[in-house]
Design a protein around this ligand. Structure first.
Ligand code: AMP
Length: 220
């Protein structure tokens, strides 16, 4: 399956993407994680991306598309993938279509995670991410780690992502509304959008997502 996950920052895209990718047995490709890995390795791409990410803005399309393309062309992604955080604007969506078309492939679904604005702000403010692995995510109130500041999975240090600060979150939400939301209409014209409510316990949201993807698959 080839799936795109969309939703505002704080809707739980990363958490759901990890779980869905495992259940569906496809790689989870997160452009945000790829950028963060480049930042930790202090690559040129990481240095460039950091300035945009810290401000809550999108990293320029040219480097983002090249990085995503490179990842999608790895052998493990041949049979499908779940894209998390890419595409994030219409020109990236067009570039993805072009890439898939040249390979004779197409997307199966675009899963749209819906969450009210005040809730995503609360989620992001309390979010704590592991320095070793940004897929290990906790929340000070909703899913606290057993020991404060320490990742339950690997013992890594938990921190508040630089771009999770209140001011940056406002910019990220604005960027989401103006640049990313239009891709939902773009994909609606292709009949690919499946919308689910992203609120509630993590397991329930995963079950809702799997059921919606199955329905979408059955209808095709
Ligand atoms: P995420 O982990 O998906 O919330 O992404 C964190 C940040 O990485 C975003 O706020 C952007 O600055 C950058 N980023 C991630 N994916 C993209 C993308 N597809 N296009 C441009 N910037 C991106």
């Amino acid at each position: 399956m080839r799936i795109v996950l969309v939703g505002p920052p704080g809707a739980g895209k990363g958490t759901q993407a990890t779980r869905l990718a495992e259940k569906l047995n496809i790689p989870h490709i997160s452009t945000g994680d790829l950028f963060r890995a480049n930042i930790s390795r202090q690559t040129e791409l990481g240095k460039l991306a950091k300035s945009y990410m810290d401000a809550g803005n999108l990293v320029p399309d040219e480097v983002t598309i090249a990085m995503a393309k490179d990842r999608m062309e790895q052998p493990d992604a041949e049979g499908g993938f779940l894209l998390d955080g890419f595409p994030r604007n219409v020109s990236q969506a067009e570039a993805l279509d072009e890439l898939l078309n040249t390979e004779g492939m197409q997307l199966d679904a675009v899963l749209d995670l819906e969450a009210p604005e005040e809730e995503v702000v609360k989620r992001i403010a309390g979010r704590r991410t592991c320095r070793n692995n940004s897929a290990h995510v906790f929340h000070v109130t909703y899913s606290p780690p057993k020991k404060e500041g320490v990742c339950d999975v690997c013992g890594g240090e938990l921190y508040l992502r630089g771009d999770d600060s209140e001011e940056t979150v406002r910019t990220r939400l604005e960027v989401y509304h103006t640049q990313t939301e239009p891709i939902i209409d773009y994909y609606k014209t292709q009949g690919l959008v499946v919308t689910i409510e992203a609120m509630g316990p993590v397991d329930e949201v995963t079950a809702r997502a799997l059921a919606a993807l199955k329905r979408e698959g059955d209808e095709k």
